[in-house]
Design a protein around this ligand. Structure first.
Ligand code: PMP
Ligand code: GLN
Length: 381
C-alpha cells in the first residue's frame, strides 16, 4: 500500500456492521435505512431492467436522470442548471467527491474542511496528494468557530469541502455560517465542493441552504448529492454533481477513468424519485423526525447527553456521564453491555480529544427496532 494511504485501514462502517452481525446486536452504527424506498421508485428499477437498461449508460448519465436532477435543482432551490453540460451522474456521492477532489487539487494543495468529517474526505484528499486543513465543530452545538476556520485557510488553499446537513453531527449550517465560509473561499479564490446528500433530511422547519444559492457562489461551487439517502436506496449508488460546465467537465475527465459509468437501471428509477410530489419529501423527513425523538429519549433515559440534530439520520451522544473515558472502547463493549452498536466519533477527527467520549447512533430504522434499541440501552442506566 502506498505511503499516502497508510493508516486508513478498514472503514469504521464495515467494522461496526461486522461487529453487529457477529454479536446479533442492533446495528445503529452504519447509516443505512432498514426499510426500502418508495414503491414507484422500486417499480421503476424493475421496469428498467425489463426494458433493457442493462448496458453502459452514457458517460455523463442517462438524459432522463440528468434532466430530473436539473428540474430538482430548479424546483427546490430556483437554481438554473443545464442538464447537458452542468450535470454529471456518478457512482454514489462517494465517486462525485473523489472526482471533484482529484480533478481540482494538485499535490500539495490544501483542502479546508470541518471535523468531524465523513470518512471518504480524508482518504480522497490523501489520494490526490493534497493536504487537509480542518476546523473543529464542537459538541454539543457544533457551531462554526470563526477563528479556527480563518486559521485553516492559507495561500495554498485550493478548495473548501463542505457538508450540510452534516454527517456525523446532524448539524445544518446556518446562513451566517455559510456566508462566512463562502467569504473566505472567495477571498482565497478557492472552489467550494459541497456535499448535500442529506438535503431533504431536515427537521422542525430547519431550512437546508445550498451553497450554490448564495451570492457569487454558483460559479465556483460543485454541488454533490445522491439518491441513496433521499430514496432509501443506499445500495444503488446513484449520485451526481452539478456546477459550472467547465468544472463539471473537469470532474467528468476524472470520473470516466474511475468507473466510466455505473448503476444503469437504477438511473431512470432515481429520476422517478426526483419527480415525486412534495408529500413524499415532507412525509419522509417527518417520519425521520419522529424516529430521532424516539432515540433521543432512549439515550437520555440511559444517561447519555445528547446533541439534538436538525438534519441527517444521525445523533451524537456523550457517554462521559456513564463513566466512559474512550468511546472507541465503549463502542466495542456496547454489544455485550446492552446489545446495541454505535460508532465512535473520534474516528472522524484529527483532533481525537475533541470527541473522546462521543458516539454516533443512526435512527433510520423501523420504529419497532428503535423501541427495542431504547429498551436495550436502558441496561446502561
Ligand atoms: N457523503 C456523506 C456525508 C455521507 O453520509 C455519505 C453516505 N454515507 C456519502 C457521502 C456517500 O454517499 P453514496 O452512498 O451515495 O456514495
Ligand atoms: N454514509 C453512511 C454512514 O455514515 C455509511 C457509508 C459507508 O458505509 N461507506 O454511516
Amino acid at each position: 500500500l502506498v505511503d499516502r494511504m497508510q493508516g486508513f485501514g478498514a472503514t469504521i462502517f464495515g467494522e461496526m456492521s461486522a461487529l453487529a452481525a457477529r454479536t446479533g446486536a442492533i446495528n445503529l452504527g452504519q447509516g443505512f435505512p432498514d426499510t426500502d424506498g418508495p414503491a414507484p421508485v422500486l417499480a421503476a428499477a424493475r421496469q428498467a431492467i425489463s426494458d433493457g437498461f442493462n448496458q453502459y449508460p452514457p458517460p455523463t448519465g442517462l438524459p432522463i436522470l440528468r434532466e430530473a436532477i436539473a428540474a430538482h435543482q430548479q424546483r427546490f432551490y430556483g437554481l438554473e442548471v443545464d442538464a447537458d453540460t452542468q450535470v454529471l451522474v456518478t457512482v454514489g456521492a462517494t465517486e462525485a467527491i473523489a472526482s471533484a477532489i482529484l480533478a481540482l487539487c494538485e499535490p500539495g494543495d490544501e483542502v479546508v474542511t470541518f471535523e468531524p468529517y465523513y470518512d471518504s474526505y480524508a482518504a480522497t484528499i490523501a489520494l490526490a496528494g493534497a493536504v487537509r486543513r480542518t476546523s473543529v465543530l464542537r459538541f454539543p452545538d457544533f457551531a462554526v468557530d470563526e477563528e479556527s476556520l480563518r486559521a485553516a485557510f492559507s495561500p495554498r488553499t485550493r478548495l473548501v469541502l463542505l457538508n450540510t446537513p452534516h454527517n456525523p453531527t446532524g448539524k445544518v449550517f446556518t446562513r451566517a455560517e455559510l456566508e462566512l465560509v463562502c467569504a473566505l473561499a472567495r477571498e482565497h479564490d478557492a472552489y467550494v465542493v459541497t456535499d448535500e446528500v442529506y438535503e431533504h433530511l431536515t427537521f422542525d422547519g430547519t431550512e437546508h441552504i445550498p451553497v450554490a444559492t448564495l451570492p457569487g457562489m454558483a460559479e465556483r461551487t460543485i454541488t454533490i448529492s445522491s439518491g441513496g439517502k433521499t430514496f432509501s436506496t443506499t445500495g444503488w449508488k446513484v449520485g451526481w454533481l452539478t456546477g459550472p460546465a467547465e468544472l463539471v467537465t473537469a470532474c467528468r475527465t476524472v470520473k470516466q477513468f474511475l468507473t466510466y459509468v455505473g448503476s444503469g437501471p437504477f438511473q431512470p428509477a432515481i429520476a422517478v424519485g426526483l419527480g415525486l410530489n412534495d408529500d413524499y419529501y415532507q412525509g419522509f423527513s417527518a417520519s425521520l423526525a419522529g424516529k430521532r425523538d424516539l432515540l433521543i429519549e432512549g439515550l437520555e433515559q440511559a444517561g447519555l447527553q445528547v446533541s439534538r440534530p436538525a438534519g441527517t439520520y444521525f445523533v451524537i451522544a456523550d457517554a462521559a456521564p456513564l463513566g466512559a473515558t474512550d468511546a472507541v472502547d465503549f463502542c466495542w463493549e456496547l454489544p455485550e453491555r446492552c446489545g446495541v452498536v454505535g460508532v465512535p466519533v473520534s474516528v472522524f477527527h484529527d483532533d481525537k480529544d475533541a470527541a473522546r467520549t462521543l458516539v454516533r447512533f443512526a435512527f433510520c430504522k423501523k420504529d419497532e427496532v428503535l423501541h427495542d434499541a431504547v429498551r436495550c440501552l436502558g441496561a446502561l442506566a
